[in-house]
Design a protein around this ligand. Structure first.
Ligand code: ATP
Ligand code: MG
Length: 296
């Protein structure tokens, strides 16, 4: 068998074709700020990984991006290389009205146009502390509206809100502030469990709290092409949500899981890896969704 007909050679050809397509692609920037909440009450499905990697790719292609970390675990802050120890002010102080977003946002070392509103462990108390506050679902929305009217916040193309694995008041705040939802779904058993509850919650928020919340995107994550199960889950989601699901499927990849421990996205940690390539393709697809956008 000649070398150029082996599966490995075929794969190399396919990968270089994908790279070529990305190189020739036109990246569009939205004409108004896309505020995207990344949510799934199921834990460990790739919410944070998808948030930081999409944000990093879009920032690398000229977008101005803010990541709001609304998870007390602070994983997005870590992955973006932004300090978030207890004494640092962040999303907790913003939700409680003690700080303005402009006072506590930090630039990520990842890219010049990438900013992060970090989460500290203090945020773990917010669910309870917010119960007694007025308009507790709208704390983030109000802070964000104030921020976006300042001069320094002009020109943000994307704001991504990473949420904890629950449908509590933090996630509700994220839904109330957003005009889009991005739902990562892990290509594993039980992947679809809880999805109808999540979609019902989003629908209720749309009906009663935030009529802007109409646009939904689904991203399939941690796909292992060797398993029938992963293929089955991907196929089910594609059949049920043909409009919502991104064609790009994020593979399971060790490089993706290693990157956060270096305070990096996979895009900077290992730009040549298949995981970086997939997140670049997913970001390109995401940037092209919902029309109404102007070329950069
Ligand atoms: P939580 O609900 O706890 O916030 P999450 O939904 O944000 O979790 P992640 O933290 O993004 O999920 O991912 C869960 C774990 O899986 C992490 O250790 C992450 O590094 C790893 N992981 C995410 N995506 C991939 C991937 N494509 N390949 C390999 N590992 C991945
Ligand atoms: Mg997370």
């Amino acid at each position: 068998m000649s070398a150029d007909s082996t599966p490995l050679a075929d794969e190399l050809v396919a990968v270089s074709a994908r790279r070529e397509r990305l190189r020739g692609a036109t990246w569009t920037l939205p004409s108004t700020t896309r505020i995207v909440t990344i949510a799934n009450q199921k834990g460990g499905v790739g919410k944070t990984t998808t948030t930081v990697n999409l944000a990093a790719v879009l920032a690398a292609h000229g977008a101005r991006v803010l990541v709001i970390d609304l998870d007390p675990q602070g994983n997005a802050s870590t992955a973006l290389g932004v300090p978030h120890h207890e004494r640092i002010s962040g999303s907790y102080e913003v939700l409680l009205g003690e700080s303005a977003i402009s006072d506590v946002v930090q630039q990520s070392p990842e890219a010049s146009g990438l900013w992060c509103l970090p989460a500290t462990i203090n945020l773990a108390g917010a669910e309870i502390e917010l119960v007694a506050q007025e308009r507790r679902e709208f704390r983030l929305k109000e802070a964000l509206t104030a921020y976006l009217s300042t001069e320094e916040a002009q020109g943000f193309h994307y704001i991504f809100v990473d949420t904890p694995p629950s449908l509590g008041i933090l996630t509700i705040n994220a839904f109330a502030a957003a005009n889009e939802v991005l739902i990562p779904i892990q290509c594993e058993y039980y992947a679809l469990e809880g999805l109808s509850q999540l979609l019902d919650t989003i629908e209720r928020i749309r009906a009663h709290v935030n009529p802007l919340l109409q646009r939904k995107t689904i991203a399939l994550t941690m796909y292992d092409q060797r398993t029938n199960l992963a293929q089955q889950v991907a196929q089910d989601v594609q059949e049920h949500f043909p409009q919502e699901v991104l064609a790009t499927i994020i593979p399971r990849s060790v490089r993706i899981s290693e990157a956060p421990s270096y305070g990096q996205s996979v895009i900077t940690y290992d730009p040549g890896s298949p995981g970086a390539l997939s997140y670049a393709e997913a970001a390109l697809e995401f940037a092209g969704r919902f029309g109404g956008q102007h070329g950069s």
